[in-house]
Design a binder for this molecule. Structure first.
Ligand SMILES: *[C@@H]1O[C@H](CO)[C@@H](O)[C@H](O)[C@H]1NC(C)=O
Ligand SMILES: *[C@@H]1O[C@H](CO)[C@@H](O)[C@H](O)[C@H]1NC(C)=O
Ligand SMILES: *[C@@H]1O[C@H](CO)[C@@H](O)[C@H](O)[C@H]1NC(C)=O
Ligand SMILES: *[C@@H]1O[C@H](CO)[C@@H](O)[C@H](O)[C@H]1NC(C)=O
Ligand SMILES: *[C@@H]1O[C@H](CO)[C@@H](O)[C@H](O)[C@H]1NC(C)=O
Length: 613
């Protein structure tokens, strides 16, 4: 313990020495400036006392720490003062109090002005990180717009407000409809998922991201100072001119200090890794002891190496590690997942072992063994010869497989996955929520029976618990239920898996990712919307893989079930047993669900997590 403290203080001492030395190196501007409660700030941010040291000068840094910190933007005649909430290396968050008041009052003045950002210079450009374009059209204009546009009517008679769901905007080739050309556009910061009521998702808190020019980034990397010369051109100033020998001595001293600091830092990193690993291993051992009667075999790392023939045959790569093909001695083929070292405190490993070792179902992949040996952790599964469902779905990938799945087969897979989910949700004493249902995690055996795999995000809860508390967002973009993103949509529960399952069905019948565009982006854009409109108006679905009337009915049935599953509100989604009932009943008996309100959770985060402010 004492040793650790000693090393810590040594590191602090040396790093301060380093700061002082490098401050001399770069002339008058130190590498960072103190700004009270905002902490240390760095280029492009600076204080109003040293305005030449950055591009955005924050006022009030040198007063007492709790004094308000503000930022002045705009020209000297029309400048606005914002209070600064947070500063990060390339991001600043500030508050527009006036806008906040308009929003709280639901005043249409909130739509009247752009946020003033500093001008782009040869050193940097600025943008509002989470923004939405709002169109203000003369009331008499009445533009005709696609149905993914929202209209907020309460600002008439002066004008109408239009905006689109940002999901639609992420398609390559997207262009604003020309009918909006006569309208004035502003870009406003947002912090929620866009809905009918703009006052719900707009915000007065502005997150501005600074993108430094490449030459300026390079200059900073070289401990230089980005400047504009008198002609307004870029100039990178490095070490201030001084006597040469002084510079040499300084460089030598610096090198020495850096070396010592580096050695110490390496030691420290190694030490904390060791500690972290120990605590992770302790957690795992405690867990394994508690579940002493696990029916699965434990392997040493050397055995794992032997089983996989030194990791010769890689099957795939997931978020948590790589998967290799292996063969048990005189036994069957297996898939061995090697978990990333020390990515966490052993949580994924415990989740996976705890969840799967409790299950035994034809539609859930079987765990045969595991390895927990020092920092190495691995899981051994039965081998699925047909791999992941993913490669059979998406048109471009499916062409590369030697086997194309027909409609009948997709139906078989959809039913199988539902049975697996039913088992997880209802079949054992405890309820297991998977939280990452997607085609990638559905494996197919030699007869194309589907099996749910990858329980790294799973959560075990008692069957009585109808509400589950989870920390943060878990899952994969495109499949995450809205309530997992934002608790405004409802509580997280087994219905969150249903949503992901619904997205998966729709991808299966659509033959492509729901979030991707068709070759022609100006045609219908979002597949769930497209298929909903087709179903509702009773049109032919006209999808691939349909050969006869019974295929058509089957696709129609799966589409209806999929749309029920992706309802925005968890309570409107069916439970998994109802899903199975629907899949097994006649399509004529199924009701078309209400249109899913929100097309899908955004693929890029348009929400702000609480710690971002
Ligand atoms: C907001 O509404 C309150 C009460 O209705 C009013 O006193 C205040 O002046 C309004 N503020 C703005 C900025 O319109
Ligand atoms: C709004 O966001 C888009 C996409 O991130 C970005 O290209 C644009 O510059 C932003 N607008 C402003 C005014 O910062
Ligand atoms: C809106 O349109 C009407 C009729 O075209 C025109 O008279 C009016 O000046 C316009 N208003 C604005 C604010 O542009
Ligand atoms: C707001 O800014 C956008 C681009 O940043 C610009 O196209 C638009 O004309 C501005 N609108 C107003 C009303 O100033
Ligand atoms: C940058 O500025 C320094 C000092 O003002 C000057 O000596 C140097 O020549 C300039 N470099 C370039 C590339 O303009």
């Amino acid at each position: 313990m004492v040793r650790v403290l000693l090393f810590k203080s040594l590191i602090v001492y040396f790093s301060q020495l380093l700061l002082i030395v490098s401050a001399h190196q770069t002339g008058k501007c130190p590498p960072s400036l103190d700004c009270g409660l905002l902490g240390q700030i760095q280029f492009p941010f600076t204080t109003t006392e040293q305005p030449h040291c950055g591009l955005l000068a924050i006022h009030g840094c040198q007063h007492d720490p709790s004094a308000p910190k503000t930022l002045q933007l705009g020209t000297s005649t029309t400048s606005t003062s914002y209070s600064v909430l947070k500063v990060e290396p390339r991001t600043i968050v500030f508050a527009d109090d006036e806008q906040e008041r308009y929003l709280r009052n639901k005043s249409c003045k909130a739509f009247s002005k752009n946020v003033t950002l500093p001008h782009t210079s040869p050193l940097a450009s600025f943008r509002i990180k989470y923004n939405i374009s709002i169109f203000r059209c003369n009331h008499s204009l009445k533009p005709s717009l696609p149905n993914y546009f929202h209209n907020y009517p309460n600002c008439s008679p002066e004008y109408d407000i239009f905006y689109a769901h940002p999901n639609t905007l992420s398609y390559t080739g997207f262009q604003w409809p020309s009918s909006l050309a006569p309208c004035s556009a502003i870009q406003l910061p947002l912090e929620g998922v866009p809905s009918e009521d703009p006052f719900q998702f707009l915000t007065g808190n502005i997150v501005v991201e600074v993108q430094l020019s490449h030459e300026c980034e390079r200059c900073l990397d070289g401990k230089g100072q980005c400047l504009l010369d008198t002609k307004g051109e870029f100039n990178c100033t490095t070490a201030s001119a001084g006597s040469r020998s002084w510079v040499v001595k300084m460089v030598l001293a610096l090198a020495l200090v850096v070396t010592v600091a580096l050695l110490l830092a390496i030691f420290k990193i190694y030490y904390t890794r060791l500690q972290k690993q120990n605590s992770a291993n302790q957690r795992i051992e405690v867990f394994l002891k508690k579940h002493g009667a696990l029916q699965i075999k434990r392997y040493g790392y050397s055995e794992i190496k032997k089983v996989t023939n030194c990791f010769r045959n890689k099957l795939g790569q997931g978020g948590f590690g790589s998967v290799y093909k292996g063969k048990l001695q005189d036994g069957p083929y297996v898939a061995v997942k090697i978990l990333n070292e020390l990515k966490d405190d052993g949580e994924e490993f415990i989740n996976e072992v705890a969840s799967i070792s409790r299950t035994s179902h034809i539609n859930i992949v079987t765990l045969l063994g595991f390895c927990c040996d020092g920092s190495k952790r691995a899981l051994v599964y039965e081998f699925m010869s047909n791999g992941s469902l993913e490669k059979f779905i998406y048109e471009e990938k499916a062409l590369m497989t030697d086997h194309q799945l027909d409609c009948q087969m997709f139906y078989h897979i959809v039913i199988g996955v539902a049975r697996g989910l039913e088992y997880l949700h209802k079949g054992c004493n405890t309820r297991i929520l998977h939280f990452d249902i997607k085609p990638h995690n559905i494996l197919l055996d030699e007869n194309f029976n589907p099996k749910i795999s990858d329980f790294g995000l799973a959560k075990i809860c008692s069957r009585k618990e109808s509400i589950v508390s989870i920390f943060g967002v878990r899952g994969t973009a495109g499949y995450i239920a809205p309530e997992v993103f934002s608790r405004n949509f409802g509580v997280v529960s087994h219905k969150s898996d249903i949503y992901s399952y619904g997205m998966m069905i729709l991808e299966l019948i659509g033959g492509r990712k729901n979030t991707m565009t068709r070759p022609n982006p100006s045609s219908e854009i979002y597949f769930p919307d497209w298929i909903y409109n087709r179903l509702e108006s009773n049109q032919e679905l006209g999808l691939q893989n349909m050969r006869n009337i019974s295929d058509q009915k089957m696709i129609r049935k799966m589409a209806i079930v999929g749309l029920w599953c992706i309802q925005t509100h968890p309570s409107t989604r069916p439970a998994i047993s109802r899903v199975l009932e629907m899949l097994e009943s006649k399509v004529e008996l199924l009701q078309i669900p209400p249109k899913p309100l929100l097309s899908s959770p955004p693929t890029s985060p348009v929400y702000l997590s609480s710690e971002a402010l």
